[in-house]
Design a binder for this molecule. Structure first.
Ligand code: SF4
Length: 398
């Protein structure tokens, strides 16, 4: 019998409307399509259930909270039926089940229903406490709706709350960002995620930028906003544990920590990724193809690859650099069979010299300055090597 996998990601690919900066795979929710999608998703869950003993579940998207109460009820009943140990697992204080939510789609009934099935963490896309900036981003909700949702979630018993924010929005001033942060801190969430706005190809925002309709904030201002976020949240007792993530001690997102530490996880739904038995895979990023494949009894996996041991070691180091803890030399050697100082003697010396990493022979991590250019530092650890590929779903039990 193959090992049990303790982490499950479920992708719900629908949103109320497309935000103008978004490059994630999602579509407007139409009831008939959502129902066909849910039928296919349930079949994918059945196929992977035998491998699952979840300690964390993460419903991401898209906007998972766009599902109606009836749709959630049927989906979560199915999940519990497929994984009979899930009910007892939800009683474990270490168990974490997150659902991403948009303030426009939170209701008291839905919040109570999710709690009754064991969902215990809500991740709410607030993005800004300024209505004009929200409108500019194409968000479908207002500041008042965000406040109402937070109150609703708390009343339903959610005591583990993440709030998502975006900074360096066109037209946003450092003072506005600070005001949003101060308001967020006053709400006393357990976790904050803050992302610098990026201009992804093929988005309306990118086209506006190209046409001169909006101006990108300069790098110095964006960096100052990020630094201010770290200062204010640290003063309020939060601890940064990843480039974009800050939490009260003990309230770090366990699901994401597992992925960044190179742990296995199963992903289901269109465009979902997973990492199972050394295979990294991605499901087809198209709802119709996903449904059609599952209805034909085929794997929805678009691509699965198994990296060479050296390439996998490089990937692990690059992931670990995202976290403030970095990675210990002994842990790295145990996980990969390689020594950090033998694989990258030049990069370790050069990046230490540039004060972008800290490396004392025992632990590797980014410096605060390195965190500002994390992607380019991580590139120095990527090893391109031979990979095996297959189209089978690595988590399917048969
Ligand atoms: S709600 Fe999230 S996933 Fe949906 S369009 Fe907006 S940013 Fe993208």
């Amino acid at each position: 019998m193959r090992d049990q996998i303790h982490h499950l990601y479920v992708h719900i690919p629908f949103c109320a409307a497309k935000c103008n900066y978004c490059a994630f795979y999602s579509e407007p929710a139409q009831n008939e399509r959502v129902e066909r999608f849910l039928a296919a998703l349930k079949r994918e869950i059945e196929k992977v259930a035998a491998r699952l003993a979840p300690q964390t579940i993460f419903f991401g998207g898209g906007t998972p909270s766009i599902l109606t109460e009836s749709q959630f009820e049927r989906l979560l009943t199915h999940l519990h039926a497929c994984i009979p140990t899930l009910r007892s697992q939800t009683l474990n204080p270490e168990f974490e089940w997150t659902v991403e939510m948009n303030p426009a789609t939170v209701s008291p009934e839905k919040a109570r229903l999710l709690r009754s099935f064991g969902v215990n963490r809500a991740s709410l896309g607030v993005q800004s406490f300024d209505d004009d900036l929200l409108a500019g981003l194409g968000r479908v909700h207002t500041v008042a709706m965000a406040h109402e949702s937070i109150a609703t979630l708390r009343e339903a018993g959610f005591d583990n709350l993440n709030l998502d924010f975006i900074f360096a929005i066109p037209g946003q001033t450092p003072a506005q960002w600070e005001q949003t942060l101060r308001r967020a801190i006053t709400i006393e969430p357990q976790h904050l995620s803050t992302y610098e706005l990026t201009y992804e190809d093929d988005t309306p925002l990118f086209r506006q930028l190209e046409a001169g309709g909006v101006a990108r904030l300069d790098e110095a201002t964006a960096t100052a906003m990020y630094d201010r976020m770290l200062e204010l949240t640290a003063e309020a007792g939060f601890r940064q544990y990843e480039i974009s993530n800050i939490a009260r001690p003990g309230r770090e997102c366990r699901h994401n920590l597992n992925a960044w530490r190179g742990g296995d996880y199963v992903g289901v739904g269109p465009s979902a990724c997973g990492y199972v038995d050394g295979w990294r895979y991605r499901n087809v990023p198209d709802i119709d193809t996903y449904i059609a494949r599952i209805e034909r009894g085929e794997s929805p996996t678009d691509h699965a690859e198994r990296l060479s041991p050296r390439a996998r070691a490089g990937e692990l180091a690059a992931f670990a650099l995202r976290m403030n803890e970095g990675i210990g030399a002994a842990v790295f050697e145990r996980q990969t069979g390689f020594r950090l100082d033998r694989l990258w003697p030049d990069a370790l010396r050069d990046l230490t010299g540039q004060k972008l990493i800290e490396w004392d022979g025992l632990r590797l991590r980014l410096t605060p300055r390195g965190r500002l250019v994390a992607d380019s530092v991580a590139e120095a650890f990527i090893i391109v090597d031979k990979t095996e590929t297959c189209s089978h779903h690595p988590a399917y039990a048969d």
